[in-house]
Design a protein around this ligand. Structure first.
Ligand code: PAF
Length: 281
């Protein structure tokens, strides 16, 4: 497996692959890899000749400096995970390599970056769009693989791609869960053992909310779900919303022909966790 830190060296490798007519699958990450990332690499492996993974903790997408400081950085372990998963090349740039000059790109997401994550993490999605576009321009992938845990991120990346005229094929991949249902996340390692034991309550509550939809409206279910977290005051829910899967705006009625997404963000043990579930009948 090759490791590149400089974009010109990565560029030479990518040109060679492209000149040979081989396809490139790309998995952008911020490192601290887990089985969720491995599932993306494996899918990219099946569908492409070459798999490139980036590891870059993107400062532009952190609206909270403490969160940026605490973000786990585990390059040595990450490399040992990537090679057996089928990754051919890793791009691990420094901040100055990605952002040598002032960042001037501007995208317009209308309401997509104002709701849910966007409401609580101002500027986050601008940072995601900038870095993903820059990475796409460096890696020149045919396909790029994103986990559905960051459901809103996928909507933002799709919008950025429309605005830039990108021809990359975006491949959304299912959430990978621990056996107790907790969605895999690089942040899970920051949970204390007690908090880790409590954390599956998030997914259990998403599932519980789905069962309530038979007898309650989306607005009522939303209230019930938020109230349910009072059973465990260790959780501080930031938002829970039942939204249209395309517009990401709250739905007023349940329509089984267009199942909504239930999206949640909660704080637990000073760690912010997100999850989502399709509310299909
Ligand atoms: O989902 C992530 O890990 C990040 O937001 C991404 C897509 C790698 C951009 O920094």
């Amino acid at each position: 497996m090759k490791l590149f830190t400089a974009k010109n060296e990565l560029g030479a490798y990518i040109s060679e692959i492209r000149n040979q007519g081989r396809s490139i699958g790309f998995v952008p990450t911020m490192g601290a890899l887990h089985q969720g990332h491995v599932s993306l690499i494996k899918k990219a492996r099946q569908e492409n000749d070459i798999v490139v993974c980036s590891i870059f903790v993107n400062p532009l997408q952190f609206n909270n400096t403490e969160d940026l400081k605490k973000y786990p950085r585990t390059l040595t372990e990450d490399l040992t995970i990537l090679e057996p998963a089928g990754c051919d090349a890793v791009f691990y740039p420094k901040v100055g390599e990605m952002y040598p000059d002032e960042v001037t790109e501007k995208y317009t997401f209308n309401h997509l970056d104002k709701v849910m994550e966007g409401k609580f993490r101002p500027g986050h999605f601008d940072g995601v769009a900038v870095v993903v576009n820059r990475l796409f321009n460096m890696v020149l992938p045919h396909r790029a693989y994103f986990g559905l845990k960051d459901y809103q991120q996928i909507a933002i990346v799709k919008s950025m791609m429309l605005q830039t005229g990108s021809t990359v094929e975006l491949v959304p991949c299912p959430i990978i869960r621990e056996v107790d249902g907790l969605a895999m996340s690089s942040r899970n390692v920051r949970l204390s053992p007690e908090a880790r034991n409590l954390a599956p309550f998030i997914y259990q509550t998403l599932q519980w909310g789905k069962q309530q939809l038979g007898t309650a409206s989306p607005a009522e279910v939303t209230k019930k779900v938020i109230d349910r977290f009072k059973l465990h005051p260790e959780f501080e829910p930031e938002y829970f919303e039942i939204v249209d899967s395309e517009t990401l705006l709250p739905v007023e009625t349940f329509d089984s022909s267009n199942p909504p997404m239930a999206c949640i963000a909660v704080w637990l043990d000073q760690v912010r966790l997100i999850d989502n579930l399709v509310y299909e009948a």
